[in-house]
Design a protein around this ligand. Structure first.
Ligand code: HEC
Length: 175
């Protein structure tokens, strides 16, 4: 048997690697689905809010209020925070730092990273779109600005331009 052990190991290693890959693919699929639904819900609420024209009342619509997928932690974070409660989880910090200095085209569409046995961290970058400028741009309406200042006295999430890296949407989950 000893004689065959190296052969056995040699043959089974790629197999194990494939299994790992498959597990990771499953994790990625799960994460994509969860993020897609959070983003869709969030965009829709933002769109509705901005269309009604009352931006001051729309301010709460940039909070994540969607039902969180089961057994998942979901959040948004940034290198320039509006709400200090959205501070980055430890494992996202290095990415946040790196992406905030990178060119948009050099930022990966997503990152998945193991956080322990069967536990994953997943993130997607968020970029500034025209609609975001209403509350994160250089020319935020006076009353909106005042309302933001009042609720978020330490606001750093202003003076962004379209296409800027704004932050991350992140997940932690078991798979
Ligand atoms: C109507 C005003 C408004 C608009 C429009 C808006 N935001 Fe926000 N944004 C806010 C407020 C208020 C917060 C703080 C939310 C909270 O308390 O969690 C926030 C927080 C965030 C955060 C969480 C990190 C942080 O800084 O606290 C991200 C990321 C973000 N916004 C991205 C965007 C993007 C991307 C868009 C455009 C698609 C957008 N926002 C449009 C008002 C707005």
């Amino acid at each position: 048997m000893i004689k065959f052990l190296p052969l056995f190991l040699f043959l089974s290693l790629p197999c194990l690697a494939a299994l790992e890959d498959e597990k990771e693919i499953k994790a990625i699929e799960k994460a994509h689905a969860a993020v897609d639904s959070v983003k869709k819900e969030f965009k829709q609420r933002l769109m509705e809010a901005v269309q009604t024209g009352d931006l001051e009342k729309a301010i709460p619509s940039c909070k994540i209020k969607v039902p969180k997928p089961k057994n998942m932690k979901v959040g948004r974070t940034s290198h320039r925070l509006r709400n200090p409660n959205n501070a980055p989880p430890e494992w996202t910090k290095a990415y946040l730092e790196k992406f905030s200095k990178a060119k948009a085209e050099d930022i990966p569409k997503y990152v998945i990273t193991p956080l322990g046995k069967n536990r994953y961290g997943y993130m997607q970058p968020i970029f500034v779109e025209p609609i975001c400028l209403n509350c994160h741009g250089r020319y935020v309406a006076k009353d909106v600005k005042a309302a933001i200042r009042k609720e978020y006295p330490k606001d750093m999430a202003i003076n962004f331009d379209v296409g800027d890296f704004r932050g991350l949407i992140w997940l932690e989950f078991e798979n």
